[in-house]
Design a protein around this ligand. Sequence first.
Ligand code: HEM
Length: 415
Amino acid sequence: MTTTDTRDGARGTAGPVRPGDLALALHTPEARRDPYPFYARMRRESPVHRSTQGIWYLTRYADVETALGDLRLSNDRDRMTRAYGALGGDMKAFSRFTDRLGRVMTNTDPPDHARLRKLANRAFTARRVEALRDGIQRIVDRLVDEAVAAGPTMDLIEAVASPLPMSVVCELFGIPHEDLPQVKTWFRRFGRLTEDIEESEAAIGQYEEYLTGLISRRRAEPGDDLISALVTVQARDDRLTDSELLSTCFVLITAGDETTTHLVGNSTLALLRHPDQLARLREDPALIRTAVDELTRYDTPTQAIVRVVAEDVEIGGQTLREGELVYLFLAAANRDPERFEDPDRLDLTRPGNRHLGFGNGPHFCLGGPLARLQAEVAIGTLVRRLPHLRLADGAALDWRPNPLQRRLSALPLCY
Ligand code: HEM
């Protein structure tokens, strides 16, 4: 999210989970370290679970996959705000953020969604993504060079996984290299939305102003970057307003930032914890394509996404009522033994790996190919260039607290 990112981070928390609720286990330090035994229990004991907060938790592959394609489960931002508000969540920051962002593909339902997504679909082509491969390789090589020169250990998140997606997105959007530090500062400030709304909103305003300037420069003088492509497509298909174009750029630039960072982080950790699989990848680097899919299935950064019930719907014998929130646990679906053989095993050659790590249905991740490409290049390069890579001695891993996402604060490595 992803866009999902921005939205989830922006949402208010909806009050405490009460004791006795199976969902409570997800908020414990144990689940933060390793949520997968919790998901297995939930799939077994209460696969369509209503928490004491009144939020539905779906954990079976079949249910999550069906729910992703069911238009009675909505992404609409107003419904979402009302549903969180009804649970007593503090929606001030979220509402202000979504008001400012306006309607974008991530927070709308069909048919509006299709109109908003069409433009980006037409500009964000597979060819455009593949054309970034050499540039991504150069960025990764530079980041690894710098990390290696800096010392005998590195924090992979800070040194490689975090700067990578932002540099790539700047290349894709034709954002001048010298503006990168400023863009990064704005991004850090958006992330503080729930702590400091004023600071975060000011950053959003400055960033919008910056993007508006960039869009008008590309309109006057198109290049071969994504903004120029969006502007050209918009000119042909004038159903998208200027403010919708701005929001689309905003979403595309923010959506793939932290998710990609943590795909690289989680995947590297998984490989280091499975030396047999790491050795296979070293022996056969061509495995990287299926490897990235399996690593995304195994420990996906977007653990769950949120929907709100727009019309009563029956799932797994339970009736989900209009206005209720639903958490679709992609990460639990990805470990469902009904769908994947031996699901807790990391198998870089797993056949037929139709995981849900990038979602499914109308909101299927638009940036999936770009995220995959970055992960392929980053992980492939680490494996090739650093043959002695291992976790730093005594490294204690700190997973961030939001159970809808799976993100390491740092990943200290020796090489
Ligand atoms: C590892 C990295 C990524 C992961 C795990 C990821 C995951 C997801 C998921 C699960 C969704 C579905 C959300 C939903 O149904 O509500 C999604 C949607 C989306 N993603 Fe990603 N994403 C990643 C990277 C990216 C990148 C690099 C971009 C763009 C450059 C991107 C752009 C989007 C957009 C625009 C949507 C919304 C599509 C829509 O609403 O129609 N994502 N992503």
